[in-house]
Design a protein around this ligand. Structure first.
Ligand code: PGA
Length: 252
């Protein structure tokens, strides 16, 4: 069976005490069988979360630069993260694409650097509202994957997690219906099969993200091609995150 993952993306929220307290509670959660928990925390707190707590919740960074070291004031490298014991990194979140002009070519370099440094890349893709309304959203998402991850050979590709996050659903309270999300997830899986093979497509974890919460997660996670969620707002609340990983939601 494919891995199931619920990953919190805390974004630029929480002070140090709040982050420590929330993480200390997350590590006590007993998730549904086979559901893995990740938290993508602000980089400032990664060290204390990795060293201070049991590793039942994997700790990831929300962004990193692709070169190992050099004159890149203010950046943190994949290499530095991996030295610290960080397990995973978000690449291509729509907020990075939108506010920091990260394009597919740059994200390809970041994917390569993450894999070289032994980090698990969670590669985010997804369309804006305009693109959805134009009807060309599948072509748009396919291009994101073609230009940033489909250059990988099969072995490397098997190490990445894909997160489909429609930009119009992020932080807006508008969730894709399970039908809308499943359509894209199934399409992504079919492109992976065309690019690699059926086994790779079957094994790739594809998460949904965008206003996912305990009220809508069950119908999303029940879809054949949706293997869990990348959770923003609801990952800042212990109750919501606990429910999102619980047997209540995961009727596997
Ligand atoms: P949201 O964010 O759950 O608050 O919509 C999801 C994300 O940005 O990963």
């Amino acid at each position: 069976m494919r891995r199931k993952i619920v990953a919190g993306n805390w974004k630029m929220n929480l002070n140090a005490d709040e982050a420590r307290d929330l993480f200390a509670q997350f590590v006590t959660i007993a998730p549904a069988p086979k559901v893995e928990m990740y938290v993508f925390a602000p980089s400032l707190y990664l060290d204390r979360l990795i060293t201070g707590y049991p590793s039942v919740v994997k700790v990831g960074a929300q962004n990193a630069w692709y070169e190992d070291r050099g004159a890149m004031t203010g950046e943190i490298s994949m290499w530095q993260l991996s030295e610290l014991g960080v397990k995973a990194v978000l690449i291509g979140h729509s907020e990075r694409r939108m506010y920091f002009n990260e394009d597919n070519a740059l994200l390809r370099k970041k994917v390569d650097a993450a894999l070289l440094n032994g980090l698990e890349p969670f590669f985010c893709c997804g369309e804006t509202r305009e693109i959805r309304e134009s009807g060309n959203y599948l072509d748009f998402i396919r291009t994101q994957l073609e230009e940033s991850v489909f250059h990988l050979d099969r072995n490397a590709f098997c190490k990445i997690v894909i997160a489909y996050e429609p930009v119009w659903a992020i932080g807006t309270g508008l969730t894709a219906t399970s039908g809308q999300a499943e359509e894209v997830h199934a399409a992504i899986r079919s492109w992976i099969e065309q690019q690699y093979d059926a086994e790779t497509a079957t094994n790739t974890v594809i998460l949904y993200g965008g206003s996912c919460n305990p009220g809508n997660a069950q119908s999303l996670f029940a879809c054949e091609n949706i293997d869990g969620g990348l959770i923003g707002g609801a990952s800042l609340k212990l109750d919501d995150f606990s429910k999102l990983v619980s047997e209540e939601v995961w009727t596997i």
